[in-house]
Write a protein that binds this ligand. Structure first.
Ligand SMILES: [Zn+2]
Length: 279
């Protein structure tokens, strides 16, 4: 994959949303870049965030998490699709042992700066608990084709090494947010996280850094898949495997969860389906 970042377009976004500030303007710009590439975002999956300061309804500046709201298409997002939630109350939630989806939504809504804003993403707490300023999340087809294999985590470790942390599969929500934050805290130098059988997160101090880390990591996955699609060697051509004979070549066909739309199986549609129940 190539980065689609263009300085002129980024500057135009900053000028267009001048009254909202550079952070939010660039968050809108790179969210659209991700959302317009079907290799990264399909069927409304994925989300992004930025931590910044905004004036509340009393005109007082507060630390907020602007995170994708339910019902918005990343490819055409506007600032209203990134509702601002007070960050401090979200961070307090990490001390809890359990938190139901309903209570999580209620707490998030209670801390919105704009009361009429859409519900924050079901993954908003994960965005809050990771301290980076910009966070990008996709259900990249290439990453899912690796992580949805039976030995997906081991395979991802081969491909991404220590550049990312690895989070075991959990349904999106409070439990996943806490698990992801613990993996991050164990090695804060990582560029992102692989969520096993779910997708990928990347982080950065700048919008461009987080976006381009996503592109670089997904490119590693694509390169690994391309390597495994090479035609068999001439030796294999001379001695084709007998029927039923096991071969050492892995199959990297996209798993069923990636090919279906809005599947209930683990995979690319999970965040969007969970979020849909909270709209
Ligand atoms: Zn997700």
């Amino acid at each position: 994959m190539q980065s689609a970042w263009i300085d002129r377009d980024a500057d135009a976004a900053v000028a267009r949303y001048e009254n909202l500030g550079r952070d939010l303007a660039l968050r809108v710009y790179t969210t659209r870049l991700l959302g317009q590439d079907p290799r990264l975002v399909l069927h409304g999956g994925g989300n992004t965030s930025v931590k910044t300061r905004l004036a509340d309804l009393n005109g007082e500046d507060v630390d907020v998490l602007c995170v994708k709201g339910s019902g918005w298409d990343m490819g055409a997002i506007e600032p209203a699709g990134l509702p601002a939630v007070r960050l401090a109350p979200l961070l307090k939630l990490r001390a809890r042992e359990i938190l139901s989806d309903e209570e999580m939504v209620r707490l998030q809504r209670a801390n919105l700066i704009e009361p009429a804003a859409p519900n924050p993403s079901v993954e908003a707490l994960l965005h809050a608990f990771i301290p980076h300023k910009f966070i990008d999340h996709t259900h990249s087809t290439a990453v899912l084709a690796l992580t949805d294999q039976p030995d997906g985590e081991a395979l991802c470790r081969e491909v991404f090494g220590a550049r990312v942390g690895y989070v075991p599969y959990l349904m999106p929500g409070f439990g996943l947010a806490k698990a992801a934050a613990e993996v991050f805290d164990a090695d804060p130098s990582v560029e992102g996280l692989i969520l096993v059988k779910h997708g990928i997160f990347s982080f950065g101090t700048e919008a461009r850094q987080s976006y381009e880390r996503m592109i670089a990591l997904v490119t590693l996955a694509e390169q690994r898949l391309a390597k495994n699609r090479k035609p068999p060697s001439s030796a294999q051509n001379r001695r084709p495997a007998r029927r039923g004979q096991r071969t050492s070549r892995r199959s990297f066909a996209a798993p069923a969860a990636c090919r279906t739309t809005r599947s209930t199986a683990p995979g690319s549609a999970l965040c969007s389906t969970s979020a849909a129940t909270m709209r």
